[in-house]
Design a protein around this ligand. Sequence first.
Ligand code: AMP
Ligand code: MG
Length: 362
Amino acid sequence: MTDCSKAELMKTLVCKTDPKRPSSKVMEAAAEKILGGKLVVFPTETVYGIGANAFDERACREIYRVKGRASDNPLIVHVYGIEDALKLGRFSREHANALSKIWPCPLTVIVNGRGKLPETVTAGLDSVAIRCPKGRVIRSIIKKAGVPIAAPSANISTKPSSTKGEHAIGYFRGKVSMIIDGGEADYGIESTILDLRSFRILRPGAFTQEQITKAFGRKPIIGRLAEGTASAKRVISPGTKYRHYAPSTPLFVYTGDRRAVCSILRPFGKSAAFIGSVESCRMFKGTGVRCISLGTSKSVRIRVHSLFDKLIELDSLRVRFAVIEQFNGKGLGYAAMNRIRKASSHKGFSDSDGLKRLIDNI
Ligand code: AMP
Ligand code: MG
């Protein structure tokens, strides 16, 4: 196939494709691998996924092994449409109707049941997470393979998710059968997870609370679990209890006045990095502090889109610690806040003393 190359002792086939018009040869090769029990890494509209045939217990177990994922953290199952979802879980008529109108989109739902899925996929729970993705590459693979695809985000557990082909290649070359490089994922942040049984958001993501309210005619419940400020006493979504999205560099969230951060960080010079909007970065000119720009403060979508990419880039700067500017507001900014709280292990500060305390504990 053109645009494909074999790497690492012929283990991984790496193929480039246009995510808007995926090459049918590449899609057929991917579907064949999935049906042959192999793992394929591919772009979706949210982030990259590492996928296997959801009915293939052995292949699904391999996802956990390759990612280093805890065995009690279930996988999201990706389907082509509502009909396939109805075979895997139990939906009320209203929920099925609402979903048939909005899917495909970046909304994952949790429902009771698991159809013929092996226990490995749901990590022994009697509920299943189902999503109908919009990305053309994953849709095409599901259609050609004719099976649902179990796929968590394509990252080594605890690390930031892949939003570009090069991230996925960095994590998985030599470890999976095929990687499809489709450039940048549209959103750069994972799907929203809505538990349809309690109508509670378990993880905010690319599909906003406002979009859920409009689609279902009802406001979702949002607790501290969705904010990322607490892990549930009784774990409803196992993934929420693990360290997540974290760069190796110690990261702290700045929650104080935007204009004051420059004088707080100035004494650390080039041993510190700051991650924030291009406008905030301008304040650091001449201070030595390394600044990583997420993009314009006018577009939350642009800043969220570059978040994981910049968290991955951060580790190449080899600074002692990094500070990230908080995201404000609703929608994607709310989802991004959940990710950076976890990426920083909930370590935040708003003044020099607060930062000093955090640095003393590195
Ligand atoms: P990932 O695909 O790696 O972004 O993570 C998928 C998330 O979905 C994890 O946080 C899982 O704990 C969550 N999840 C998957 N299946 C279920 C389920 N049946 N009930 C609750 N949460 C789930
Ligand atoms: Mg993940």
